[in-house]
Design a protein around this ligand. Structure first.
Ligand SMILES: O=C(O)[C@H](O)[C@@H](O)[C@H](O)[C@H](O)COP(=O)(O)O
Length: 281
């Protein structure tokens, strides 16, 4: 893939980019990051409400299931949600719930009653409505925080991955779901990536979170990463329609966890000692 621009990268407000040598290093740093966010949330609110997604994310949570985190984290305060789900049965190989259950939940002492999966036994429309209703109940009792700006749920942490087309959760480029302002959870029936039917958080919910992390690896993500984080949109294809670029926390903080391949279109400001992003080498 040819590099299209050599724009100097300046991090946007409230965002940070961490670049790592390997997926293993991402997993190590991500575990420490999640541990710190969970500790702060439990201390400040008494709960840790975290939304996960599917795809490769679970493979990056491995280190969190090991020492010291398996013993030191206050797992009883964790509440698990999904930022998106594919409309397949929970035991289907493509179910985000199943991926998370097998790769993460089965390995840590999170209470079953704190795991809020998306209904696989209803139409996507009903599943989205039910999920939003359930989140509304948990916001009322403040198990999930609330944004003072727009009454949206304020998750302590939303963990996302990004596709090479720049999609996050199940918000795809140029899809009308990206325009929704009042819904918290919606559904799509025409995903460009199978399966076509999916349930997803909307941008207002994602952007209301206290913390958002996007984990992305591989050189097929380099162009989308560049468009997503660059302030210099000139010459880039319809950057405002790129979902990852629309991830802009209103009150929170966004951290990108990238490998060198995904970061390969980003330029440091000068040389190594004056880089605009953190190189974890
Ligand atoms: O069904 C999905 O929506 C995908 O699983 C998707 O969300 C995935 O996270 C990205 O496509 C990145 O995946 P890779 O990093 O493995 O390419």
């Amino acid at each position: 893939m040819e590099k299209e621009s050599s724009a100097t990268y300046e991090p946007k407000r409230n965002s940070e980019i961490r670049v790592f040598e390997s997926s293993d290093e991402i997993s190590t740093d991500l575990a420490e990051y999640i541990s710190q966010v969970s500790e702060i949330s439990v201390k400040e609110r008494g709960y840790f409400a975290i939304a996960l997604s599917g795809g490769p994310l679970v493979s990056f949570l491995g280190k969190l299931c090991e020492a010291p985190y398996n013993k030191t984290l206050d797992w009883s305060k964790w509440y698990i949600f999904w930022s998106d789900e594919r409309a397949v049965a929970k035991n289907h190989a493509e179910s985000n719930y199943r991926l998370t259950k097998e790769g993460f939940l089965a390995k840590v002492p999170i209470l079953n009653g704190h795991v809020y999966s998306i209904n696989d036994n209803a139409t996507v429309e009903d599943a989205a409505t039910d999920y939003e209703f359930m989140i509304r109940q948990l916001v009322k009792v403040r198990t999930i925080g609330v944004s003072e700006r727009n009454d949206c749920p304020k998750f302590d942490l939303i963990l996302l991955t990004m596709g090479s087309d720049g999609h996050v959760a199940s918000l795809f480029p140029n899809h009308p779901a990206m325009e929704l302002k009042d819904d918290w959870v919606t559904y799509i029936t025409d995903s460009p990536q199978p399966p076509p039917e999916r349930i997803t958080f909307t941008l207002p919910v994602i952007n209301s979170a206290s913390n958002i992390a996007i984990v992305s690896t591989g050189d097929d993500k380099a162009k989308a990463v560049h468009i997503a984080v660059s302030d210099m949109a000139e010459g880039l294809d319809a950057p405002t329609s790129l979902p990852a670029r629309m991830v802009q926390p209103t009150d929170g903080k966004l951290v990108w966890f990238l490998d060198k391949a995904a970061a390969s279109f980003l330029d440091s400001k000068n040389d190594d000692d004056d880089a605009c992003y953190d190189r974890h080498e």
